[in-house]
Ligand binder design. Structure first.
Ligand SMILES: Nc1nc2c(ncn2[C@@H]2O[C@H](COP(=O)(O)OP(=O)(O)OP(=O)(O)O)[C@@H](O)[C@H]2O)c(=O)[nH]1
Ligand SMILES: [Mg+2]
Length: 297
């Protein structure tokens, strides 16, 4: 009989930009979920499988919960809140700069409704002093019956051992749900499109990252040479945005392509040929059919 371990599904939720995806990557020991200093980087639910001698945690990274207006953002928040119904435990993450809990009534309602054990993580302690933590822990502790409140740094890993120590007792025992050598259920195609999107988040400003979606149109490996050729389209909402993404004499598109290619090479451990196109897809952020194609809604 297969060995039983602590195993369950855990949602990683919280406001945008607090470090949810950084934590997922840290726990996986590799980059699966994209990260940027801009809010609303993650748009889909990203599944990461964290394996240990005595555990397998299926961690669901989600888009940051915020007051959404556009169809795209409403879908993102819905994805985050919907995960709460299908998990064994919830990790609710804030960071040390985050405002006090009264400001996030939407989330307390969602946490109460879920009726699952919830851990509070206060991330980015590497940026803050111990004295600043105490009022945050007091305020959040009065706001919701968290099973534990854990200060940590997803970047340095400080406190992550305590998180695992508090999390594992909340999970049932059973056989592993996934083989031990796969870190995610996301396809290489999808991760490649996300890496390209991350470079756009890192290299462009203002509304550009939020007006951009990336679709991998083809992904082909040459059997003999091992070369993987990827064709991807960067969709923007209007002409001016297309000009910015392409840049002067194609300089911006080249920069995005080079940075993305480097990461994709690292991820796949193969030679990569990356071809990028930019297309105007008017008002795609409101186009339900296209959002569905992107796995949103
Ligand atoms: N100093 C410091 N920075 C961190 C830490 N964790 C994350 N960051 C930074 O915070 C920013 C946001 O990190 P993400 O992991 O993208 O945050 P997120 O919560 O997934 O954001 P959304 O996907 O937009 O909801 C990035 O610039 C990270 O490098 C940390 O522990 N310490
Ligand atoms: Mg994220």
């Amino acid at each position: 009989m297969e060995k039983h371990v602590k195993t369950g599904v855990v949602a990683l939720i919280g406001p945008p930009n607090v470090g949810k995806s950084t934590l997922l990557n840290h726990l996986l020991g590799q980059k699966i979920s994209i990260v940027s200093p801009k809010p609303q980087t993650t748009r889909n639910r990203i599944l990461g499988i964290v394996n240990g001698e005595d555990h397998q945690v299926v961690l669901l990274d989600t888009p940051g919960i915020h007051r959404a207006r556009s169809s795209l953002n409403l879908e993102m928040v819905k994805i985050a809140l919907d995960t709460l119904s299908e998990v064994d435990a919830i990790i609710f993450m804030i960071d040390t700069t985050f405002p006090l809990p009264e400001k996030i009534a939407v989330m307390s309602e969602a946490l109460e409704k879920a009726k699952k054990p919830v851990l509070l993580l206060v991330n980015k302690i590497d940026l803050s002093s111990r004295e600043k933590l105490l009022p945050i822990l007091n305020a959040y502790g009065a706001f919701f019956p968290f099973r534990a409140m854990i200060p940590l740094s997803a970047k340095t890993g400080d406190g992550v051992d305590i998180l695992m120590k508090e999390l594992l007792p909340l999970l049932p025992e059973g056989p592993r749900m996934y083989p031990e050598d796969i870190p995610t259920d996301a396809t290489e195609r999808f991760i490649a499109s996300e890496i390209i999107r991350e470079k756009i988040f890192l290299l462009t400003t203002q509304e550009i990252p939020y007006s951009t979606a990336v679709v991998v149109d083809s992904f082909k490996e040459d059997e003999t040479s091992g070369l993987i050729t990827i064709h991807a389209t960067i969709h923007v909402e209007k002409k001016s945005q297309k000009g910015i993404i392409i840049g002067r004499q194609g300089a911006m598109l080249k920069k995005i392509g080079q940075a993305a290619r480097k990461d994709i090479v690292e991820l796949l451990g193969a030679k990569i040929m990356l071809n990028l196109w930019v297309k105007i897809r008017k008002d795609w952020t409101k186009d339900g059919r296209f959002l569905k194609e992107l796995g949103l809604g």
